[in-house]
Every structure is written in structure tokens, then in C-alpha cells.
Design a protein around this ligand. Structure first.
Ligand code: SAM
Length: 198
């Protein structure tokens, strides 16, 4: 990404072992230049948020909501996120909500977002809560992407996997089963992407 930004971690780009930017390109390109509302749960230093702002949320009225607890382990990430956002020139399109996702998702109206990226706390309870609460907020035809669907399986020895309470996959599979008559899976690999059909 642009050298005007500072990143200490990369969980997104072609330089990452899981270059999830490819799915973002493939599934979000149809939204480029159109008025839309996106939500990101887990923004960290802003790499995925900035990519969406620069490449997809290009319409004047498009907006991005970023909810992040900026948990203790993230150190200076909140400051870096703010600096990166200021450098981007897209600050006015972003609503920043600092806190746990489950304390804030209930404040949005139903069928509000066109796309939701779930990349916050990966423990089983939190992923299940994010999935169910987010699904309510999604427009019909809207998309949810779950990061790290296979995290504890593909990278069992990573620091992230070791601190997890359970596997994100367990919660996501349970959610898929519960809502199977209201969604279709459009991509399943390291990430899992669904479209709301009702
Ligand atoms: C992997 S990072 C996000 C990376 C970002 N999406 C990217 O690709 O550049 C995960 C983020 O989730 C946040 N987080 C952890 N628990 C959370 C919670 N309960 N609610 C909201 N965000 C949370 C952390 O503070 C951290 O910044």
C-alpha cells in the first residue's frame, strides 16, 4: 500500500501468507463507485479499512464504520490508525467506534450495511455473537466476510491461535447451519464469505 501509511503488521495484502486482498477485489469490486455502507469489526492500524476506502468506497456518499476495542495487545495501533486515516484524505467518510463490538452492534438499524468484515476478537463466543448480530444489520444481497475461519487449523502454533478460546470455524459453522435458509456461502478457504439471500 501507499508509503504515506505506517503498518507494523500485515494481515491483508499480497505480502501476507493469506493474501485475502484477492477476495476483497473479487467480491467487492461491484460496489466500487456506488453509494454504499460498509462496517468493519477489527480495524487495528487500518490496512483493510484504507484499502476499502481507496478502492471501493469511492462514491461521495459511501461510508465506513470501524468498530475496534483497540485491545491492550494492540499497543500504539489506535494512534497509528488515526494517523493513517488522516494521511488518506478519507477521514470524513469514516465513523470510528472504540469499544467491544457486542456493546455497539445493537445500536444500528436492521438491513443497514451492504458489507461487513468480521475481523475482531476470534474467540468462539465473540465470533458467534458478531456473526448473529451482524447478520441482522445486513441488507438483502449484502455480504459478510469472516477473517481467520481456518486460523486454529492452518496455523495451530501461531500466538493468535494459542490465545484463542476455541476455533472461529466452530462458531462460523454453527452460524451457517442456523441461518442456512437465509444465506449462501460464496467463498470458503482461509476466509469464509457469505451472501444474505432473504
Ligand atoms: C487482526 S486485527 C484487525 C486487522 C485489520 N482488519 C486489517 O486487516 O488490517 C484484530 C482487531 O480486532 C480488535 N478487537 C479485539 N477484540 C475486539 C472486540 N471485542 N470488539 C471489537 N474489536 C476487537 C483488536 O483490537 C484488533 O485491532
Amino acid at each position: 500500500m501507499d508509503s504515506k501509511y505506517t503498518f507494523t503488521e500485515d494481515w491483508f495484502s499480497e505480502q501476507n501468507g493469506e493474501p485475502v486482498i484477492r477476495e476483497f477485489n473479487k467480491f467487492l469490486s461491484p460496489y466500487a463507485g456506488k453509494p454504499c455502507k460498509f462496517l468493519e469489526i477489527g480495524s487495528y492500524e487500518g490496512m483493510s479499512a484504507l484499502w476499502m476506502l481507496e478502492n471501493i468506497l469511492t462514491h461521495n456518499s459511501s461510508r465506513l464504520w470501524c468498530i475496534d476495542a483497540w485491545a491492550d495487545w494492540t499497543g500504539e495501533a489506535f494512534k497509528t490508525f488515526i494517523n493513517n486515516l488522516s494521511a488518506s484524505g478519507h477521514k470524513d467518510k469514516v465513523e470510528i467506534i472504540k469499544g467491544c463490538s457486542s456493546d455497539h452492534l445493537g445500536n444500528f438499524s436492521k438491513n443497514f450495511f451492504d458489507f461487513i468484515y468480521i475481523d475482531g476478537n476470534h474467540d468462539e463466543k465473540q465470533v458467534l455473537s458478531d456473526a448473529i448480530m451482524s447478520f441482522r444489520l445486513l441488507t438483502s444481497g449484502g455480504i459478510i466476510a469472516f477473517d481467520d475461519y481456518l486460523m486454529g487449523i492452518r496455523y495451530p502454533d501461531s500466538p493468535g491461535s494459542k490465545t484463542l478460546k476455541g476455533l472461529p470455524k466452530n462458531s462460523i459453522d454453527y452460524f451457517l447451519d442456523l441461518f442456512r435458509d437465509e444465506l449462501e456461502v460464496i467463498h470458503s478457504d482461509y476466509q469464509l464469505w457469505i451472501r444474505k439471500t432473504l
